[in-house]
Design a protein around this ligand. Structure first.
Ligand SMILES: [Zn+2]
Ligand SMILES: [Zn+2]
Length: 637
């Protein structure tokens, strides 16, 4: 944009040029629903247009872009703080950023907020939006800002100001409410078209549990009412599927404070599903030429020194325990054990690749505030494997693992995923040449497989680069599950070798991989993905046999016995209750098939079969029901 004379020329990044006066340009930006502008690469308020120099490039920022959403939602958090300040004049303000899906603001209040308070705050926000006051930016000296916020009793803002090294700071004011902020913001409060406050939570000032607990209000905002409505119904669906809620209702698992935070108790229903997953996992690994291992839960501390975990991973490890004067450590990883088994005999080049797999239980320290149901825990079982191969085998092995991973994920109904390549982090071990070779091997394999991937710079593990796969669940949410990591380093550290065709000692390459990640987390994802309605092959109970009246009990028992003897997980309900009640109860338990037996069924030696969805499959013979169930199970449906 050239700011010469009366005319302005905007040069858009795509090369297009538009000319006009300042007010004409402002009109155009308004029409384009701009929430801010990008000037020479930096984001600015629309109101700063008048202060532009010569020859600048200008880009419209709308709600449709990630930055636009952030500005829009962060501006809404100002409006929320304004409303809170109006209703609770003594409230002290902390911070109010945008999040990926909305915004929050932390407040220090003298009493806990109630749902009614939230309604009042929303109403007040609506009024502020209707007034459509402009967001005014002012740059003032840091001293002046400090004086202002100190006089206003805003101690958190004063603390934030102390950390700013600049001489001057920007403040934004709308409708008499002023906040310390870098900006930019939407032009006026009326820009915000649809918003909703969602929840209240406790949050420590600066996330530090030593500080005061503040009250955080979460909300979100959209530029169309329709999109807000859609998002709110998505949130409803997420709430319905919450694995902690379904875990209780379906009696799958629990976490008990007497046992400890982040430690999972698998109840019979959950344990049966886990066993089914484990059986499938082990069988498929044997078919894919893996050997299965079991290794101990503790090992000498020295082992973790040698593996580099003590240097790079200490904050996630528990304190050592002393046994006969030697320090032992509960394992955060399975790798060194597998290395030890590999090294227990001499290997020749002909024996490679060696593939070891273990459902290995590990323990890692996670801060209590970050624990979340099954998704973030302290003790978990990795579906771990380590592959030792020659350098000429690495690409094939990665291709193999990719195929295997996608097959396993597909079995659980995940056929859409995001793939990431994580490259060398700042803290790393090994030489750069090895890092490059490993990274290239991963790239080659992904390209051969035709996988599109994104690069996650610096997110690799300390010993090597990795491929991460995030699966998309039935609500379109992405979950990190699979990881494939190339490692040139541990073979060096542990002096792992093989005898080459030249008769000399060589170093194998090690690949660490987990397909589901951990059984706990994967199970939590599955509960939400299926909304608790597990496919037949995974369901703890596969069929419920229900009687209409007491006189049908003998016949029903015989049917149930036959199903059980064929390995079908069956429950029988011959209680003296109405059939409608029995059907409801079995449906709530999300049992896939209900077999109903009454007079006609006894007379015709048939069973009336319905699905938990309510779909009526009509009357069928025992054999027909059995075939149907067995087919579902073998096809993993
Ligand atoms: Zn702001
Ligand atoms: Zn490993």
């Amino acid at each position: 944009m050239r700011n010469g004379g009366s005319g302005i020329i905007i040069k858009y990044p795509d090369g297009k040029e538009v000319s006009g006066t300042l007010s004409e340009i402002e009109g155009k930006l308004k029409k384009a629903k701009a929430v801010a502008v990008r000037v020479n690469g930096g984001l600015q308020d629309l109101s700063q247009l008048g202060h532009l120099g010569d020859e600048v490039s200008l880009e419209t920022v709308t709600f449709d872009s990630p930055e636009g959403k952030e500005i829009y939602r962060h501006s809404t958090s100002h409006i929320m703080a304004h409303a809170v300040k109006t209703l609770f004049p003594k409230a002290k303000l902390a911070i109010g950023p945008a999040t990926v899906e909305g915004f929050y603001y932390d407040f220090d209040l003298d009493r806990p907020l109630t749902p009614e308070d939230i309604e009042h705050i929303e109403k007040k926000m609506g009024e502020i939006i209707n007034e459509n006051r402009p967001f005014n930016r002012r740059v003032i000296s840091k001293t002046e800002a400090e004086r202002f916020f100190k006089d206003a009793g805003e101690e958190y803002k004063v603390e934030l100001l102390k950390e700013i090294t600049d001489e001057s700071v920007s403040v934004y004011e709308e409708g008499g409410f002023m906040d310390l902020c870098r900006g930019p913001h939407v032009p006026s409060t009326g820009t915000v078209r649809a918003f909703k406050l969602l929840s209240i939570a406790g949050a420590y000032w600066r996330g530090d549990e030593k500080n005061k607990m503040l009250q955080r209000i979460y909300g979100t905002a959209f530029d169309r009412e329709k999109d807000l409505k859609e998002y709110l119904s998505f949130l409803e669906e997420v709430k319905k599927r919450d694995h902690r809620k379904l875990g209780r209702e379906l009696d799958l698992f629990s976490i008990n404070d007497e046992i400890g935070a982040g430690l999972i108790l698998w109840h019979p229903n959950g344990a049966l599903i886990r066993k089914t997953i484990e059986d499938f996992w082990r069988n498929e690994h044997l078919k894919a030429d893996y050997s299965l291992l079991y290794t101990p839960h503790i090992a000498k501390l020295d082992l973790w020194n040698r593996s580099g975990h003590l240097d790079f991973y200490r904050e996630n490890m528990y304190s050592p325990m002393e046994i006969e004067g030697v320090d032992y450590e509960i394992k955060p990883m399975n790798c060194p054990f597998h290395i030890s088994i590999y090294k227990s005999s001499l290997k020749s080049y002909r024996e490679l690749p060696v593939r070891y797999a273990e459902l290995g239980t590990v323990y890692r320290y996670e801060r209590s505030g970050t624990l979340h149901g099954l998704l973030r825990v302290r003790g978990f079982t990795q579906d771990d494997a380590h592959i030792f191969c020659r350098e000429d085998q690495i690409e094939d092995e990665i291709l193999n693992i990719l195929d295997f991973t996608l097959f396993i994920l597909k079995t659980f109904g995940f056929d859409s995923y995001d793939v990431y390549l994580s490259t060398r982090p700042e803290g790393y071990v090994g030489n750069l040449e090895n890092w490059d070779r490993a990274t290239n091997a991963l790239i080659q394999a992904m390209e051969k497989k035709g996988l599109t991937y994104e690069i996650d710079p610096g997110a690799g593990v300390f010993y090597g680069p990795k491929i991460d796969i995030k699966v998309k669940d039935s609500l379109g949410r992405a979950w990190q599950c699979s990881t494939i990591q190339v490692d040139f380093n541990n073979p060096e550290r542990f002096d792992v070798g093989f005898r080459g065709s030249d008769g000399k000692e060589h170093r194998p390459i090690m690949i660490h991989r987990a397909l589901m990640g951990s059984l706990e987390r994967f199970f939590g994802i599955l509960v939400e993905h299926y909304a608790g309605a597990f496919p037949v092959w995974l369901s703890p109970v596969q069929v419920a046999v229900l009687t209409i009246a007491e006189r049908h009990a003998n016949h029903a028992s015989a049917v149930a016995e036959r199903l059980k003897s064929e390995g079908i997980r069956t429950v029988l309900n011959i209680d003296n209750e109405k059939i409608g009640h029995k059907i409801r109860e079995a449906t709530i338990r999300k049992i896939p098939y209900l077999g109903i037996i009454g007079d006609r069924e006894v007379a015709e030696t048939r069973i009336s079969v319905r699905k938990r969805s309510g779909e009526d499959l009509g009357a069928m013979t025992e054999d027909a029901l059995m075939t149907r169930l067995k087919e579902d199970i073998t096809r993993r449906r």
